[in-house]
Design a binder for this molecule. Structure first.
Ligand code: CAA
Length: 695
C-alpha cells in the first residue's frame, strides 16, 4: 500500500486500485477544504494510467455527515459539491463508494454519483436536508429515484429519515453489504468489478418511471401537516423532476435548493441544530464526572415514573421510592407501561426491554436510596416537604452521592441548605412526560460542585436529552419565560381577543397547541396552585386576570374534567366552552374594558415579544449562559416551533429597534408588564445581535 499524503483526502494505491480517504474530523463534513481535496485526489488517480478503479472511504466513526452545515447561507465556492459529483459520475474508471457509520446529505449524494456502493453493517444512510429546511441540492433528488424508484425516494427525501443498510440494499441503493472495515469492503468490490464479476453503471444513465399516485398521496400528506413546512413540498417537486432528462432535473433541483437556502425556514432549523449542540459548552466542562450506575428516584407520580423510565431506557439501575405504600403498585405499572411503549416505538429492543425490567425496584422505603450514586427527588412542589426530605437523604445517602431536585420553581440554594453537603446538591428539571421530552434544565446552585454539573451533563447526554445550564431563580429559564407568555395571552383575552383565536394564531405560527389548549391539557388546577402560592408576594400594581381562577371555581380543570376553556367529548374535536366565554365577557364588564379586535399577527407579535423580553432579562441576569441555550430550552421543553429557531433567533430576525418600538407601544396600555430590558437598548446602540453573544 502506498500512502501519498496525510491530507484531509489522502490518496492510497493498492495495485491497480486507487483509494481516496476522507479524513476531516470530527465528521468528514464536505466543506470547501474536503471537496477540493477529494476533487484533486480524484484528478491525480484519474491521470494515473496504472489505476483502473477508484474507491472512496472515510476515516473515523463515519463515512461523512454531509455538507458542512456551518457554510449554509454563505456564497458557494468552487468546486461546488455538484461539480465534484459530476466528475465522479462521468469518470471512465469505475468509482466505488465504501460507506460505514453514516452517509448523510451531501455524503450520500456523493455516493449516489459513484458507480457502485457498498455499505458496512451498522451503516445508516439518509437525505435529512428537509430537517434543515433544505432539499438535496447536489443531485440527490435526481439520483436516488434512479436507484430505488420514485415512491421510495419520495418517502426517504420528504421525511429525511435514516435508512438502515439492509433496507438500503433491498431498495437497490446499496449494491452490496459487507462486514469489516469499509476500506477493505471497497477494495473487494473494485476487484470484483475489474474481474468482470460486478457491472458498474453510471447512475445518470438510468431513467425513472412516473408515479402520479405516489406523488398525489405524498402531496396530500405534506399539505395536511401543521405547520405546513416549505422544504418537504419543494423536495417533492425536486424528486418529481427526476422523470426529466438528468440535466434538466439537476437544474430544477438546484434552483429549488437555492430558493430554500435563502429562506427563514432553513435559517431557523440550522440554528436549532447548532443550539442543541451548543448547550454542552459549560464552565464546568473540565471537571471529571462522577460515576453513576445506580439511581434512586423519589416520588411515584407522573414525573417520578417518567424520570425512572428515562433512566431505565438509558441503562441505569433504578429504585423508585414512593412514600405512600398504596401508590407503589401504580408507579410500578406506570413504568412497565412506559417501557412497553418504548419497545413498541423502537426505543428499546426486546433484549434491552427485558434488561430494563430486571433493573428496577419500587418501594416505600427511603433507605433504598442508601446505595444510590444519584438521587432525583420528584415529589410535590413544597419547600417544607423538599427540605425535610433532603435533610433525611443527607443522613441516608453514601458520601459522594449527588442529590438532585426536580423542582420547577423553588430555590435550589434553600433545598441545598437543608443538607450538610450543599456541594452535592443540584437541580435536574425534567419535563413531562420525562421519558419523551428531551430538555433537562441543570440548575446550578451557589455551592454546587463542578463535578456534579459535569455528571449531570454526562448523564443527560447518555439519556439522549438536551441539558441546559441554568442559574437559580423562580422558574429558572423556561418557566420564567412561560409565565410571561401566558400573561401576554391572558391580557389579550381580557382586552378583546378570544381564546380560540389566540390559540389558532399561535398554532399557525407553529406551536402544536396554543396556550389555552395547553393549560387545559396540563390541568387548570395545577397553574392555579402556583398562582395561589405566589399570591402573597404578587406586586399589588400587577395586572391580574381572574379568568382562569373563575373557570377553576366551576370545577372545570381542563381535559381531565371534560371541560376547561374547551369542551372535550370522546371522538369529537374540542369546541370552545361557552361557559368560559361568558366568564371572560363578565370579567371584561367588571373591569370596564372595551374589547377590541386583534389580528393573528398582533397576537403572535405580543406573545413573542413578551417571551423575548423575559428571555433577555434571563440573559442579563446570567440565569442562562447564552442566547442559544434559551432557544434550546424553548425548542426541547416548551414546543417552540423548531423552524422558527427559538425566541432569541426570532429576536435577531425582528431586530432590537423594532422590539423596543413594540414594547414601548404596548407599555402605553400596560406599563407594569411591558418594560424594555437594558440589554436590548445596548444591542441597538452597538448594532449587535444575539447570535454574536453565542460565542
Ligand atoms: N456539518 C458541520 N458540522 C457538523 C455536521 C455537518 N454536517 N454534522 C455534525 N457536525 C458537528 C456538530 O455540530 C458537532 O460539533 P461540536 O462538537 O462543535 O458541537 C460535531 O460535528 C459532532 O456532532 P454530534 O455532536 O451531532 O455527534 P454525534 O456523534 O452525536 O452525531 C451525526 C453525528 C450523526 C453525524 C450527527 O451530527 C448528524 O446527524 N449530523 C447532521 C448530518 C446532516 O444533517 N447532514 C446533512 C447536511 S445537508 C447536506 O449535506 C446537503 C447539502 O449539500 C446542503
Amino acid at each position: 500500500m502506498k500512502d501519498e499524503t496525510n491530507e484531509i483526502a489522502g490518496v492510497e494505491i493498492e495495485g491497480d486500485i486507487g483509494l481516496i480517504r476522507l479524513a476531516k474530523p470530527p465528521v468528514n463534513a464536505l466543506g470547501l477544504a474536503l471537496r477540493t481535496a477529494v476533487y484533486e485526489a480524484f484528478q491525480t488517480l484519474t491521470r494515473d494510467p496504472a489505476i483502473r478503479a477508484i474507491v472512496l472511504y472515510g476515516e473515523g466513526r463515519f463515512f461523512s455527515a454531509g455538507a458542512d452545515i456551518k457554510d449554509f447561507g454563505k456564497a458557494d465556492v468552487e468546486p461546488t459539491l455538484p461539480q465534484v459529483l459530476k466528475v465522479l459520475n462521468d469518470s471512465e474508471k469505475p468509482v466505488i463508494a465504501a460507506l460505514h457509520g453514516v452517509a448523510f446529505g451531501g455524503a450520500l449524494e456523493l455516493a449516489l454519483a459513484t458507480h457502485l456502493r457498498v455499505g458496512v453493517t451498522g451503516l445508516r444512510i439518509g437525505l435529512p436536508e428537509v430537517k434543515l429546511g433544505l432539499l438535496p441540492g447536489a443531485g440527490g433528488a435526481q439520483r436516488l429515484p434512479r436507484l430505488c424508484g420514485l415512491a421510495s425516494a419520495i418517502d426517504i427525501i420528504c421525511s429525511g429519515r435514516d435508512v438502515p443498510a439492509e433496507e438500503a440494499q433491498t431498495l437497490g441503493i446499496l449494491d452490496r453489504l459487507a462486514d469489516g472495515p469499509a476500506r477493505e469492503a471497497g477494495i473487494a468490490v473494485a476487484r470484483d468489478v475489474l474481474a468482470g464479476g460486478l457491472v458498474s453503471r453510471r447512475t445518470d444513465e438510468r431513467t425513472v418511471a412516473e408515479d402520479p399516485a405516489a406523488v398525489e398521496v405524498a402531496r396530500n400528506r405534506l399539505q395536511s401537516k401543521r405547520p405546513t413546512l416549505t422544504a418537504p413540498l419543494k423536495a417533492l417537486e425536486a424528486v418529481c423532476a427526476a422523470t426529466l432528462p438528468i440535466d434538466h432535473g439537476l437544474e430544477k433541483e438546484r434552483a429549488l435548493f437555492m430558493e430554500l437556502m435563502a429562506g427563514d425556514e432553513r435559517a431557523g432549523l440550522v440554528h436549532a441544530f447548532f443550539a442543541e449542540r451548543a448547550t454542552g459548552r459549560i464552565p464546568e466542562k473540565p471537571a471529571k464526572p462522577r460515576e453513576v450506575n445506580r439511581v434512586a428516584v423519589i416520588g411515584g407520580g407522573t414525573m417520578g415514573v417518567g424520570i425512572a423510565t428515562s433512566l431505565l431506557i438509558g441503562g441505569y439501575d433504578v429504585d423508585l421510592i414512593e412514600a405512600q405504600s398504596a401508590r407503589v403498585a401504580d408507579a410500578r405499572s406506570g413504568i412497565e407501561q412506559n417501557l412497553a411503549g418504548a419497545l413498541k416505538r423502537g426505543k428499546l429492543t426486546e433484549e434491552s426491554h427485558e434488561a430494563a425490567l430486571g433493573k428496577f425496584g419500587c418501594t416505600e422505603n427511603l433507605d433504598a436510596a442508601k446505595d444510590a450514586d444519584l438521587v432525583i427527588e420528584a415529589i410535590f412542589e413544597n419547600m417544607e416537604a423538599k427540605s425535610g426530605l433532603f435533610a433525611k437523604l443527607d443522613a441516608i445517602c453514601k458520601p459522594g452521592a449527588i442529590l438532585a431536585t426536580n423542582t420547577s420553581y423553588l430555590d435550589v440554594n434553600e433545598i441545598a441548605a437543608a443538607t450538610a453537603r450543599p456541594g452535592d446538591v443540584i437541580g435536574l428539571h425534567f419535563f413531562s412526560p420525562a421519558h419523551i421530552m428531551r430538555l433537562i434544565e441543570v440548575v446550578v446552585a451557589d455551592e454546587t460542585a463542578p463535578e456534579c454539573v459535569a455528571t449531570a451533563f454526562a448523564l443527560a447526554r447518555k439519556l439522549g436529552k438536551v441539558p441546559v445550564r441554568a442559574g437559580v431563580c423562580d422558574g429558572f429559564i423556561g418557566n420564567r419565560i412561560l409565565t410571561q407568555y401566558r400573561r401576554a395571552a391572558d391580557y389579550l383575552l381580557l382586552d378583546g381577543a378570544d381564546f380560540a383565536g389566540i390559540d389558532a394564531a399561535l398554532e399557525d405560527f407553529g406551536f402544536a397547541m396554543g396556550p389555552f389548549a395547553v393549560n387545559d391539557l396540563a390541568g387548570l388546577d395545577i397553574a392555579k396552585a402556583t398562582r395561589d402560592r405566589k399570591a402573597a408576594t404578587r406586586p399589588p400594581e400587577e395586572r391580574y386576570s381572574r379568568v382562569a381562577d373563575q373557570i377553576c371555581d366551576q370545577g372545570w380543570f381542563g381535559r381531565k374534567t371534560g371541560q376547561g376553556y374547551y369542551i372535550y367529548e370522546a371522538g369529537k374535536a374540542p369546541v370552545a366552552n361557552q361557559g368560559a366565554v361568558k366568564i371572560v365577557e363578565a370579567e371584561r364588564r367588571v373591569l370596564n374594558l372595551r374589547p377590541r379586535a386583534f389580528s393573528g399577527e398582533e397576537i403572535v407579535a405580543r406573545c413573542l415579544t413578551a417571551m423575548i423580553a423575559e428571555a433577555v432579562r434571563v440573559l442579563e441576569e446570567g440565569i442562562a449562559l447564552r442566547p442559544a441555550d434559551i432557544d434550546a430550552v424553548e425548542l426541547f421543553g416548551y414546543g417552540f416551533p423548531r423552524h422558527r429557531g427559538g425566541p432569541m433567533h426570532q429576536a435577531d430576525l425582528i431586530g432590537p429597534a423594532e422590539l423596543i418600538r413594540r414594547i414601548e407601544l404596548y407599555a402605553v396600555e400596560d406599563p407594569h408588564f411591558w418594560r424594555v430590558p437594558e440589554l436590548l437598548r445596548e444591542m441597538q446602540c452597538n448594532g449587535r445581535n444575539f447570535a454574536d453573544l453565542n460565542g
